[in-house]
Design a protein around this ligand. Structure first.
Ligand code: ZN
Ligand code: ZN
Length: 376
C-alpha cells in the first residue's frame, strides 16, 4: 500500500497544530481512524494518536509492530508507541497523556464514546494528573477537505480506474440477471482494476427498488425495460471513489429516457456552479432548480453531493442548507461527488454521480463514462 510522503504528513501535522494553538489546546487525542491515517500514514482497524507540540505519538498494538516501526522511521515527527503486552488501548492512551506536558487536551467528541472518556478521565485522576478535557469537532476533518497534491493524484488515478470499471460493466446485459449477480460482477471488476475493497455496499437497484436511494443489491431478477441504478465505489491506497449510472435494461421507454436526460442536466448545472469560493448550498440549489423546473423538486430527496477522501462521505456536504457556520466555502483542491437524483416510489428512480475536483476558476471531472444509454 502506498502512503503519502513524509514531508506531506509533516505539513498536515503542522496545520493541525496551528488549529490547536488557536483553540489553546496543548494536545489533541485522535480516535477517528481516518484522521490517524491522514496524519501518520498508519492504516489499522484499531489505533489512536496524540498530537503534541509539532509531533504526533502513534499508538498501536503488536499486530501492527512492523507498520508502527516503519511509520516512525519515515518521519521524525511521528513517534510510535506500541501497546505493552496485555495492556488495553485506553490504559495506554491514558499513560501517554499523563506523560504529556500542558494542561488542556482536546478530544474528538464525535469519535470517543462516553465509556472510553470516563475510563481515561478516571485513570488520569487516579494518577494525580490534572488535565482539562476539551471537546473538539471536525478539527482534522476541516484540513482533510482540501486535498494536497498527493491525494489529488491518488483520487485522480482511482477515479480513472473506477471509470474503466463502469465502461466494462455498462454494456453488459442486465435483464434476466439478479441485482446481486450484477453487484458481484462490479465488485470483481473493481478488484481487477486494483481496488483493495469496495468503498461501501454496492448498490444495484432495479424497477421499484431504484426508487430507494439507499437500496442494496437483492436477489430480485431485473426485468426488461426497468431502470437500474448502479452505485459503486472502490478504495485505492485508503482513498474512496464513488460513482452512479442509471440505465434501462434493454430498450428504454420515453419516460425513462427523459428522466435520465433531466438528471444529467441537473448534474451539469451543479458542475457549472462549482468553483473555489462557491457556497456548497448554491451548488445544491443549481441541481435542485433544474429538477424543480421539471416539477420534480419533491422527488430529489437527498443532497447533491459529498466530499471524498479517506472516508466515502466527508466534508464538504452539498445540501440545501449548511449544518453549521463552520462548514467552509468550496476551495481549490476539494474533491467531491455531484449526484442529483429523482425517485418515484413504486415505479423507479434515476441518479447520476461523478467525482469532481474543485479548481480556482471551475471544476474538473475525475470520473468519465457514458451517462446516458440503454444497457444491452
Ligand atoms: Zn455513490
Ligand atoms: Zn455518493
Amino acid at each position: 500500500m502506498q502512503v503519502a510522503p513524509p514531508d506531506l504528513l509533516e505539513a498536515r501535522i503542522a496545520s493541525v497544530t496551528a488549529s490547536m494553538a488557536a483553540r489553546q489546546l496543548d494536545a489533541l487525542l485522535i480516535t477517528n481512524l481516518a484522521n490517524v491515517a491522514y496524519l501518520t500514514g498508519f492504516f489499522a482497524s484499531t489505533a489512536a494518536a496524540l498530537v503534541t507540540g509539532d509531533a504526533i505519538t502513534l499508538i498501536g498494538d503488536g499486530r501492527y509492530a512492523e507498520q508502527l516501526a516503519e511509520r516512525s522511521a519515515a518521519s521524525e515527527k511521528v513517534r510510535a508507541h506500541q501497546l505493552p503486552p496485555g495492556a488495553s488501548y485506553d490504559q495506554t492512551i491514558a499513560d501517554v497523556m499523563r506523560e504529556t506536558g500542558g494542561e488542556s487536551i482536546g478530544f474528538e467528541a464525535s469519535h470517543l464514546t462516553v465509556a472510553r472518556y470516563n475510563f481515561m478521565a478516571a485513570a488520569l485522576a487516579r494518577s494525580g494528573r490534572a488535565l482539562v478535557f476539551q471537546p473538539t469537532d471536525g478539527l482534522v476533518e476541516l484540513h482533510r477537505a482540501q486535498k494536497d497534491w498527493w491525494e489529488i493524484a491518488k483520487l485522480r488515478d482511482a477515479a480513472a480506474r473506477l471509470s474503466d470499471v463502469a465502461k466494462c460493466i455498462l454494456p453488459k446485459a442486465l435483464a434476466g440477471r439478479t441485482e446481486s449477480e450484477v453487484a458481484a460482477d462490479i465488485e470483481y471488476e473493481m478488484r481487477r482494476a486494483g481496488f483493495e475493497r469496495p468503498a461501501f455496499d454496492t448498490i444495484v437497484a432495479a424497477g421499484p427498488n431504484a426508487a430507494r436511494p439507499h437500496a442494496r443489491a437483492s436477489g430480485r431478477r431485473i426485468e426488461a425495460g426497468e431502470l437500474v441504478v448502479l452505485d459503486f465505489g472502490g478504495v485505492l491506497d485508503g482513498y474512496c471513489t464513488d460513482m452512479t449510472r442509471t440505465v434501462t435494461a434493454g430498450p428504454s421507454g420515453a419516460r425513462e429516457r427523459r428522466l435520465i436526460e433531466q438528471v444529467i442536466e441537473a448534474q451539469s448545472a451543479a458542475f457549472e456552479r462549482t468553483r473555489a469560493g462557491s457556497a456548497p448550498e448554491s451548488v445544491d440549489a443549481a441541481a435542485r432548480d433544474v429538477l424543480k423546473k421539471y416539477g420534480m423538486g419533491d422527488a430529489f430527496t437527498h443532497g447533491t453531493g459529498h466530499g471524498l477522501g479517506l472516508e466515502v462521505h466527508e466534508a464538504p456536504r452539498l445540501s440545501p442548507a449548511r449544518s453549521s457556520i463552520a462548514e467552509p466555502l468550496l476551495a481549490a483542491g476539494m474533491i467531491m461527488t455531484l449526484e442529483p437524483g429523482a425517485y418515484f416510489p413504486g415505479w423507479g428512480g434515476v441518479r447520476i454521480e461523478d467525482d469532481v475536483l474543485v479548481t480556482a476558476d471551475g471544476a474538473e471531472w475525475l470520473t468519465d463514462a457514458p451517462k446516458a444509454g440503454d444497457a444491452a
